[in-house]
Design a protein around this ligand. Sequence first.
Ligand SMILES: Cc1cc2nc3c(=O)[nH]c(=O)nc-3n(C[C@H](O)[C@H](O)[C@H](O)COP(=O)(O)OP(=O)(O)OC[C@H]3O[C@@H](n4cnc5c(N)ncnc54)[C@H](O)[C@@H]3O)c2cc1C
Ligand code: FES
Length: 509
Amino acid sequence: MERVSPIAAAESESIWGATVELPKSRRLTTDLECDVCIIGGGISGLTTGYLLAKAGKRVVLLDDGPLASGMTHVTTAHLSNVIDDRFINMLRWHGEEKTRLAAQSHAAAIDFIEQTSQELHIECDFQRLDGYLISAGEDEEVDLDEEFAASKRAGVSVETASKAPLAEFDTGRCLRFPQQARFHPFKYLDGLVKAFKRSGGKVFTNSHVDKIVSGETAKVHVGEHAVLAASVVVATNSPINDMFALHTKQAPYMTYVVGARVPRGSVEDALYWDTLDAYHYVRLQPLDETSDLLIIGGEDHKSGQADDADERHQRLIDWARERFPVGEVEFTWGGQCMETMDGLAFIGRNPLDQDNVYVVTGDSGMGITHGTIAGMLVTDMILGRENPWEQLYDPSRKTVAAAGPFVKENINVAGQYLDWLTPGEVKSVDEIEPGAGAIVRRGMTKIAACRDDDGKLTELSAVCPHLGCVVHWNNAERSWDCPCHGSRFHADGEVVNGPANVNLAPVEE
Ligand SMILES: Cc1cc2nc3c(=O)[nH]c(=O)nc-3n(C[C@H](O)[C@H](O)[C@H](O)COP(=O)(O)OP(=O)(O)OC[C@H]3O[C@@H](n4cnc5c(N)ncnc54)[C@H](O)[C@@H]3O)c2cc1C
Ligand code: FES
């Protein structure tokens, strides 16, 4: 079984059995000037770059890894206009008009992916499908009738069905949403990058952005070099330029996925998700002549606040085996979603910056469609065109009706600072096995200590350079994860996920 991890990102992508090499790029080794500098080469940055370059802007895109090495690397790529947080909540938080607009924007994102792949002749396995919301049975937390009525009010096409079209799984009554879709994200992005470059877009990878200095002309620092730009788009999944404002309005959650073989044609090709919180999400990807890959996700938890990925993957496999003709498990992996307090991403002008700095974050588990919406919306804003979604996704918004989730998440963050008062997880580094990591107290401070498979010890400060929480070891990913706002670091301390933008510090003698 292969464990696929964003931490071990590679340009050659093998999730779902298809190897796709995204075009290679080089590191930034000179100073440049452009109209728009985009930071982040995932779905959000690449869609924005493609559209702006197509509109004639001189665009430079920077990524500190290979392209699509962030959360786009590990997505399951369900394409849906059915909002993850449920329409019943969306109506409470946003009212009917905005909920309709939100559903329309996700539908427009699916249309965009379909039309773009047709226009650019990208064969990315795009397929329109039905989506089924199925009851989780005894643990049911959502009333299907209420969600049906809420979906209607949201202007979304929906029907009730007596059961989902699954031979071995009697789902009972469920909701059917037509016109959902799935695709292969790497095949799609491969075509998008090539089109971006054909329109004059420049891509630099392995180019870590250290700092963004806003101003009439913004300056994006990459080591000793800089890119001067009239506009900057920060599409790093978790913003590296906003240290506080946005991070109190969203929370990082780890989610887990397994990919298992099922006999070809044995499972009806559709999207399925259930009513649990956290819910299971299921889709198919064609694999070979005899098998499809059944991709099952779920088992979410707040980042850095659990370290039991193997058990979570096993629970997903057990859940799937009870319901689908699951054969060999080919892949297990996981990743992080940024859940906002009101179910919608933050896309637009960065609250604390000048008007020419834009941010894309808060995917809320729908980052492929939110990232595509970002491409369309930010392009319109930079080109000075009106866009009906501008207010809806405004990063400065305060959704008063969503104060409950906001308070709950911030109390949780405040609680994490108590880690400063607790003893270490082990008394001495001698207790740490090869391949494991743990926090050790040393006087007033805490040390993040881990060993590689050969037993070699690495010690770092356990203090997250963002706002000072104590990081936790993630055994599955062999990373240090911050339980406060989702910063993640390699075992050697190198930052892989914002908001922190520098590495864990060495231990001070
Ligand atoms: C397991 C999982 C399943 C998911 N399933 C779905 C789904 O079914 N449907 C859906 O719509 N969404 C899904 N999502 C969410 C979605 O995949 C993500 O939200 C989306 O891919 C994020 O894209 P992005 O471009 O915004 O960010 P990313 O893909 O994370 O790209 C950000 C890029 O910024 C770069 N970067 C970061 N910091 C710097 C820096 N300082 N300098 C330079 N570059 C930097 C990174 O290297 C990275 O390449 C899922 C997420 C996970 C984790
Ligand atoms: S991510 Fe904010 S303190 Fe670590």
